[in-house]
Design a protein around this ligand. Structure first.
Ligand code: SF4
Length: 88
């Protein structure tokens, strides 16, 4: 802390920040008001579930899956929907 270093960093503009933030805040408000919980993360966001997030035991009671395992399940779901729609 005694050695302060100044570095330049890219700053997101307010419009972009609000575009990123507002949809997330809406989902959070809905959940906090007793509404639908947001979707769980997808395979590329699983890193958050391993030691970073405090809700892991609620979302993944049987343990956090490996990203490849979840990716396989996501693909199976997509394939099932496409098959049901006659697109596969
Ligand atoms: S454990 Fe946390 S980061 Fe992972 S899906 Fe649940 S709420 Fe999202």
């Amino acid at each position: 802390m005694s050695e302060v270093k100044r570095i330049s960093v890219p700053v997101i503009n307010t419009h972009s920040l609000m575009g990123w933030l507002v949809p997330r805040l809406r989902k959070l408000k809905t959940a906090l008001d007793g509404g639908k919980l947001p979707e769980k993360v997808e395979s590329d966001g699983l890193w958050q579930c391993n030691g970073y997030c405090h809700f892991t035991k609620y979302c993944w009671p049987d343990g956090v899956p490996a990203p490849s395992e979840l990716k396989k399940k996501e693909k199976a779901k997509t394939d099932a929907v496409l098959k049901a729609m006659g697109r596969r």
